[in-house]
Design a protein around this ligand. Structure first.
Ligand code: CA
Length: 248
């Protein structure tokens, strides 16, 4: 099931296609000239556009180009002449598939189904990729200190820290950027955002409390004089320190 826009100036044919697609369960919008086609596509964001070649105001290839400027919505082009030059041009301006008039309605419905199915597969693949990325970046670990972004838990070794939400956000930000010095203003903006009831002292008091809860690792959150704070593991014999970045 998809949202489909039919751009066809022959009213009877447009109505016929629309009726058939609705019977298949699709949500269908109609436009009867090229300009209207572009406008309707802009407001309903269709999953597929069935686009006639010969149209008043803007012809099919011109509509195709305009749609391609802002979206990758699949386009099924209807051409009156099955000439190769037309077909090549149609594909060049961004149509995904074409049908030569006259066509059987069954053929059109089959093409529509195929395009929507292909698109659903592509979207599912992209979502899978995004989920994998999220899982991969969920846990941030530096030395024995780790945070799980999704669970909002922080641990040092086997011990879980009892942090407030702001303390957690601070620690997560530090762990993601070892060695980078953060100004108090930057920390306020990133961690407290639009909360107006805060001052520079807010950052300092939260850092103090966070340090206390971190026990032996307290000194990993270092004061950078004149700037703010940075996270850097305490030097261990033979250990290499993460690189120190420039100030933000
Ligand atoms: Ca036409």
């Amino acid at each position: 099931m998809g949202r489909i826009l039919v751009v066809e100036d022959e009213t009877d044919l447009n109505d016929l296609i629309t009726r058939q697609l609705r019977q298949e369960g699709h949500e269908v919008y109609q436009a009867f000239d090229g300009e209207a086609g572009v406008n309707v596509a802009g407001s309903v964001a269709p999953d597929l556009v069935v686009l006639d070649w010969m149209l008043p105001k803007l012809d099919g290839p011109a509509v195709c180009r305009k749609l391609r400027e802002r979206s990758v919505t699949p386009i099924l082009m209807l051409t009156a002449r099955g000439e190769e030059a037309d077909i090549v041009l149609g594909l060049e301006v961004g149509a995904d598939d074409y049908l030569t008039k006259p066509f059987r309605m069954r053929e059109l419905l089959a093409r529509v189904r195929a395009i929507l199915r292909r698109n659903a597969l592509i979207e599912a693949e992209q979502e899978k990729g995004a989920d994998a990325d999220a899982a991969a970046s969920d846990t941030v670990r530096v030395g024995s200190i780790a945070v799980s972004i999704e669970m909002r838990t922080a641990t040092i070794g086997d011990e879980e820290l009892d942090l407030t939400p702001k303390e957690f956000d601070l620690l997560a930000l530090f762990l993601r950027n070892p060695g980078r010095a953060f100004s108090r203003d930057y920390l306020l903006e990133r961690v407290w955002g639009d909360d107006y009831y805060v001052t520079d002292r807010t950052v300092d008091t939260h850092v103090q409390r966070l340090r206390k809860k971190m026990g032996d690792e307290a000194e990993s959150i270092r004061t950078v004089w004149g700037i703010g704070y940075k996270f850097q593991l305490q030097a261990q014999p033979g250990a290499t320190q993460p690189p120190v970045n420039a100030t933000p």
